[in-house]
Design a protein around this ligand. Structure first.
Ligand code: NDP
Length: 333
């Protein structure tokens, strides 16, 4: 099995030398084990935090540990009664082409006609669940709200905007990092307005896009975006703090929003969350999303990088914004 391991703890932006590519011979299957050929592996922003030796909700990777994370593959050998050869399974064993573990570590999923297996890492998986619970539960979205989401052309953000529209938002606004992504937001995902944060003056661009203010901010980015949202949120506004990708590779602490006092004067609620604490909503989410995909009310993009040897490139590309929708690696095992 080819596996990608963390070899050194990155300072700032990770580099190729922080990872090693190792070959591991798999033993014969023990009773209860299955062998899975991965088809797609997930690269996700939270993995950057796990490369640091800092206690967090997800424990840090150890040096010499294979990069664990979401993946989907097909069972090629089985010594388990529960899972058979040919089954499609989702798991958390991460960046490897072949994985061999006890069947209990895998979840069998159905193949949905017309939907690629990679969808289990995005629109049918963790990132879309994050959008769903973050908007509907954490931010307590209600019909008629005006919603702003940053990172809007990414895996989570593109779902937040579409779910807000489907649930009756008055207006949905998104920001992203290129003119192509901004066009996609309004033309494909149904946002009412969008802007390119790389053009600068995020607060000014947001104010122009939201003449009546915003009621909900879904934060994927942190930093200047959060400050702009705090300037624009209406009385009683709510923010779901989902991620802060603008600071993940910082080597020094980021400057805080300078307008925190708006939280007081406007009675705002800012709430951080981790999707892992909301998995009880998975069944409801899956049913809603399956319906929306079948009806075409939700559309999605994926950026596919070919080859497990390019997993690090895919991860760095994700951090630089080279993806539209979910970034995944196709393994060809
Ligand atoms: P995305 O698909 O959104 O990919 C990351 C995107 O971040 C890039 O495409 C890039 O888009 C954008 N980006 C990178 N640097 C910056 C920057 N400095 N300022 C603004 N945007 C930037 O990833 P995900 O959908 O998987 O994750 C989105 C966010 O949600 C992340 O912050 C992640 O940590 C968080 N998350 C949180 C979870 C939770 O449980 N709380 C669960 C899952 C994700 P662009 O071209 O627009 O710059």
């Amino acid at each position: 099995s080819t596996q990608i391991q963390l070899a050194a703890r990155p300072t700032g932006w990770p580099a190729d030398g922080d990872f090693s590519n190792v070959r591991i011979d798999l033993s014969d299957l023990a009773a209860g084990e299955v062998r899975v050929a991965n088809e797609f592996i997930s690269v996700d922003p939270y993995m950057r935090g796990r490369m640091n030796d800092v206690k967090s909700y997800a424990p840090p990777y150890s040096l010499g540990e294979t990069m664990t994370g979401g993946a989907v593959g097909r069972v090629v050998a089985s010594a388990s009664d529960a899972i058979k050869v040919g089954d499609v399974v989702v798991h958390q064993f991460g960046w490897r082409d072949l994985v061999q573990e006890d069947a209990a570590g895998f979840r069998v999923v159905p193949e949905v006609p017309g939907v690629p297996l990679s969808a289990y890492l995005g629109v049918l998986g963790m990132t879309a669940l994050t959008a769903y619970v973050g908007l509907l539960d954490v931010a307590a979205f209600k019909k008629g709200d005006t919603v702003f989401v940053s990172g809007a052309a990414g895996a989570v953000g593109s779902m937040v905007g579409q779910i807000a529209r489907l649930k009756g938002a008055k207006r949905v606004i998104g920001s992203a990092g290129s003119p192509e992504k901004v066009a996609l937001l309004t033309e494909k995902y149904g946002f009412d307005a969008a802007f390119n944060y790389r053009d600068g003056d995020i607060a000014g661009q947001l104010a122009a896009a939201a003449p009546d203010g915003i009621d909900v901010y879904f934060d994927n980015v942190g930093g200047e975006h959060l400050e702009a949202a705090l300037a624009t949120l209406n009385d009683g506004g709510r923010a779901a703090l989902c991620g802060a990708i603008s600071i993940y590779n910082n080597t020094e602490a980021a400057a805080g929003p300078r307008n925190m006092a708006n939280i007081i004067g406007r009675g705002l609620t800012l709430k951080g969350f981790i999707v892992g604490n909301y998995v009880q909503h998975f069944a409801e989410f899956s049913a809603d999303m399956a319906g929306w995909l079948a009806s075409g009310e939700v559309v999605f993009d994926e950026t596919v990088v070919d080859g497990i040897d390019h997993a690090v490139d895919a991860f760095l590309g994700l951090m630089r914004g080279e993806n539209t929708g979910k970034m995944v690696v196709r393994t060809h095992s």
